[in-house]
Design a protein around this ligand. Sequence first.
Ligand code: BG6
Length: 494
Amino acid sequence: MKADNNCIVIFGASGDLTHRKLIPALYDLYKIGRLSENFSVLGVSRTELDDTQFRQKMREALIKHEKSSGEMLEKFCEHLYYQALNTSDALDYGKLVPRLDELHDKYHTGGNTLYYLSTPPSLYPIIPECLAAHGLNTEEFGWKRIIVEKPFGYDMKTAKELDVQIHRFFEEHQIYRIDHYLGKETVQNLLVLRFSNGLFEPLWNRNFIDYVEITGAESIGVEDRGGYYDGSGAMRDMFQNHLLQVLAMVAMEPPAIINADSMRDEVAKVLHCLHPLSDDDLKNNLVLGQYAQGNIEGEEVKGYLQEKGVPADSNTETFMAVRCQIDNWRWAGVPFYVRTGKRLPVRVTEVVIHFKTTPHPVFSQNAPDNKLIIRIQPDEGISMRFGLKKPGAGFESKEVSMDFRYADLASPSLLTAYERLLLDAMKGDATLFARTDAVHACWKFVQPILDYKAANGRVYEYESGTWGPSEADRLIAKHGKVWRKPSGLMKKKV
Ligand code: BG6
């Protein structure tokens, strides 16, 4: 289905996200015919540019993305416009009114407008108010939707304040909080795997599952985002949003039907069931780390404290591992071990469901436990691991696997996370966007961890290219488990 005719207003148009992700995603949608010819993009930021200069910048970004140019790319660029304005001055927003009127007329959009906040978070409370000062939030003529990038607040208090402020000018049905992990094909596939197969769901509970591992590992460091990252850390950057959303997909109850409300009801419900972690729990079940220099795939890399924009005495965590529990009938007693970090040996996001072993070992040699590995990225796929007999005399067992690689299914027009989510927002489908109650449930769970860290959280150093501080191994070993040490590709023997 095509998006409605509409105008997309990107605040923060001179920023990194716009040329790296948003414009390429819109272009790819355009190329495969998912945007009607009647769309336009109005880039907005403080930088003084005109339409031609903005188009030229975006053209360069697209050529880099496409590794080629061509007629299609030129046609797409004709839909791009630019308006410089002082984004914190309500009066200046008056400039948007004639620009938007002109674009709505030219592209027959009926007034449909999608605002994308791709700015520093300090502007999130300001932009909605400034738009409202000129009536640009009302749905009298066409829909008005606003996409907000993470972080949705800095902690529980600021998240609530931000919510109140945005709700003063936009209603919940107009607000789309983007978490790009929800746009990933394999994260959605988790739902299909669970809820469209009779095989897995009966086993998907405390009776059969021993523990769950969720890993979000990156081999890159903070790159040129040291300034932002140092105020955020792994907890706010990855755990509070992306990984808790993945956890919710693993643990939620089946919705009665797939639509925005019933899906998001179940997500919020399970996030509310996360067992609050006390200081005592955290003493035993939380490990924070910060990368020191090291070697990744043969390349020497510097430590976090040497990164640009990072204070020399920073105590920000670039790694965290935590043992969580979910207080409900399905999951009582099943630990969820979640870890994320930068400068780990490989980039891999995966969920591992470890099933319980047999009640009584019949063979002298213990069979390996049964695992279901859901690889979210890269090399998306699913691998079922179980024990079978080693050929030959005796009954020794070895782990074998049944593997499915997503690439075998994917058509070339598979949408990336930003493409999928932008298209959904243009179609008014909020299923894969975070609802305010779920965001608050995440903060409610994370706030005690932040407080604990502020009061007494130690941040251990780990060498770049390793799986984090050894304390993280001890955290899980105390309970008789080990972290999986995945390689980057499933097809390689892991
Ligand atoms: C972003 C974080 O939200 O997600 C980054 O700010 C992180 O620090 C990125 O690198 C990871 O996303 P992906 O899609 O590459 O796993």
